[in-house]
Design a protein around this ligand. Structure first.
Ligand SMILES: [Ca+2]
Ligand SMILES: [Ca+2]
Ligand SMILES: [Ca+2]
Length: 342
């Protein structure tokens, strides 16, 4: 159904009821022969789609750049088993990332991972990527990586559009302005994607996620714009627009560390002057996606038993070996993919 921009409707279509009832059946079944996930790292259900965002610090996933960090990355990737992995701070080619992933987490039947790079962001996916682009129209402050992940038709009625971002860093007024420009450009691009004509048309009801390192060390407006569609520079990027398919806001998944408690930072450096901060985000079209599980991976606080069970080591998410300089942590969200009610 199409609603007017002012109408507020909870994002609950029939698919949602179906999803919940299926989930309920699984919960019942788990007391019988089906086992529930044994650790927080697992998907609630094997059919759930896992999206990860991870700023890996300049090329440190490559063994010939940093052997120790590359081994950490392999353990993290194996433990997380992402369907769509969004990396930031990759200088090398997308093909180099594919080689790392094919070695770390080989796909069945000899299939290769797929990747697309825009700016220094790489979308790497178990499934083919279509409609790839690295620049919005009009452009923002910098390029980004965008692609339609062609989900397998036998499991998903729709595909998933991904926008992988790395906003301008650092804390002064001009950097805040540049981050805001990027958010304005992304929302205008989604407006185009969701309406006929212009530079891009997505099939109606295509779920989408805005992910990445938003570097929000200044004001909150760039995040508010991505969630609500409130464009600030309307001369350059047009009027505000409710970005979801049902003309509502999007949702910030806001995961917590290891799916427990309240700790939510995604960046930390105890050697520097800045407090830990939440810089990395997964924002999604909740009219057609249900986030069924989410967490920020922090191996430094996992129990010894859980580390053994999941094949991880305590400093696998830090840049150092002592747990002071973390840099960024992996942000993980599992989605149940639905559809519009009409
Ligand atoms: Ca498909
Ligand atoms: Ca369009
Ligand atoms: Ca919504």
């Amino acid at each position: 159904m199409i609603l007017s921009a002012n109408e507020k409707k909870p994002a609950r279509g029939p698919w949602h009821a179906v999803a919940l009832s299926v989930f309920g059946l699984l919960a019942v079944a788990s007391s019988g022969c089906r086992t529930a996930p044994s650790t927080f790292l697992e998907r609630p259900d094997s059919s759930d789609l896992r999206v990860v965002s991870y700023n890996v610090y300049w090329d440190k996933i490559f063994p010939d750049e940093d052997q120790q960090q590359a081994e950490k990355f392999i353990r993290v990737v194996k433990a997380l088993d992402p369907d769509v992995l969004n990396l930031q701070e990759i200088r090398r080619d997308a093909a180099d990332v594919v080689a790392v992933m094919n070695a770390a987490l080989p796909l069945p039947n000899g299939k290769s991972w797929h990747a697309f790079k825009g700016y220094t962001n790489v979308i790497v996916s178990k499934y083919p990527l279509k409609m790839t682009a690295d620049r919005t129209d009009p452009p923002g402050q910098r390029d980004l990586a965008m692609a339609l992940v062609d989900l397998p038709d036998d499991r998903f009625a729709v595909d998933l559009y991904v926008l992988n971002n790395h906003f301008k860093c650092c804390g002064d007024t001009e950097n805040d302005r540049q981050r805001q420009q990027q958010s304005d450009a992304v929302i205008n691009w989604l407006r185009d994607a969701c309406t006929a004509g212009g530079a891009i048309d997505l099939p109606r009801g295509t779920p989408f996620v805005i992910v990445g390192d938003l570097n929000l060390v200044g004001g909150p407006q760039p995040l508010d714009t991505l969630v609500t569609g409130k464009i600030i520079d309307t001369d350059a990027y047009g009027e505000p627009v409710a970005p979801d398919w049902d003309e509502s806001s999007l949702t910030d998944a806001h995961p917590r560390h290891n799916a427990a408690g309240t700790t939510d930072y995604t960046w930390r450096n105890d050697n520097g002057q800045w407090d830990p901060g939440r810089l990395d985000f997964v924002i999604y079209s909740d009219s057609v996606l249900e986030a069924v599980h989410r967490f920020v991976l922090n191996t430094t606080t996992m129990s010894a038993d859980l580390l053994v069970e999941t094949g991880l080591q305590p400093m696998d998410v830090t840049l150092d070996q002592e747990g002071k300089r973390y840099d960024h942590l992996p942000v993980v969200v599992d989605f149940r993919v639905g559809g519009l009610s009409d």
